[in-house]
Design a protein around this ligand. Structure first.
Ligand code: CO
Length: 175
C-alpha cells in the first residue's frame, strides 16, 4: 500500500527520473497519489513523497475532492518564467507532520508540463496555486521546504526536526 515518506527518508533527496512511459500504470499511480493526498488532508503531493523517484506531481490547491476540476497531474514540469515579486506565506508538508513555517516564493510562474498522456501544455499560475506548485516542484528537485526557512524558523523548528529524525531512526531499526 502507498504510504507517505517522512523526513529524513533519503528518497526525499534522491534524484527523480523523467517520466517516459505514459501508460495505465502512470495514470493509476497519479490517481492513487490524489486519493492519498485527500485522505491525508494535503493540497499537493510529489511522487518522491510516496517513494517513487520520478518527475510526477499532483495537486488540488483547495484540497477538496468535491472539486475534481481543480485536480492537476503534471509530468516532467518545467518553470519557464517566475514573477519578480516574492511573497511569503505559511506552508506545511505531508512529509513533515506538525511542522509549519513561512516560506518566501515568487508570486507566480509559467509552467510547461506533460499530462498523463504525454501531451505538452503551458499554463500560468498565481497566488496559492502557484505556491502549491512551486512547493511540489521543489520536491522533484530534491529540495525541501525546510531548506527555505528563515534562520529564526530553522532554530525554532530544530527540536521538531530532531524528533522526526529520531522517529525515522526508530522506524528503520524496527524493520
Ligand atoms: Co511537501
Amino acid at each position: 500500500m502507498m504510504e507517505i515518506v517522512l523526513y529524513p527518508d533519503p528518497r526525499l533527496r534522491a534524484k527523480n527520473a523523467p517520466i517516459e512511459e505514459f501508460d495505465d500504470e502512470l495514470k493509476q499511480l497519479a490517481r492513487e497519489m490524489l486519493d492519498l493526498m485527500y485522505e491525508t488532508k494535503g493540497v499537493g503531493l510529489a511522487a518522491p513523497q510516496v517513494g517513487v523517484n520520478k518527475r510526477l506531481m499532483v495537486f488540488n490547491a483547495e484540497g477538496d475532492p468535491e472539486k475534481p476540476e481543480l485536480e492537476t497531474i503534471l509530468c516532467n514540469p518545467r518553470i519557464v518564467r517566475k514573477a519578480k515579486a516574492k511573497v511569503s506565506a505559511e506552508e506545511g508538508c505531508l512529509s513533515f507532520p506538525g511542522i509549519y513555517a513561512h516560506v518566501e516564493r515568487p508570486d507566480g510562474c509559467v509552467v510547461v508540463a506533460q499530462d498523463v498522456n504525454g501531451e505538452e501544455f503551458q499554463f500560468e499560475l498565481d497566488d496559492w496555486a502557484s505556491r502549491v506548485f512551486q512547493h511540489e516542484f521543489d520536491h522533484l528537485e530534491g529540495v525541501l521546504f525546510i531548506d527555505r526557512f528563515s534562520p529564526s524558523d530553522k532554530t525554532r523548528l530544530k527540536p521538531a526536526l530532531r524528533g522526526l529524525e529520531a522517529d525515522y531512526k526508530e522506524k528503520i531499526a524496527g524493520l
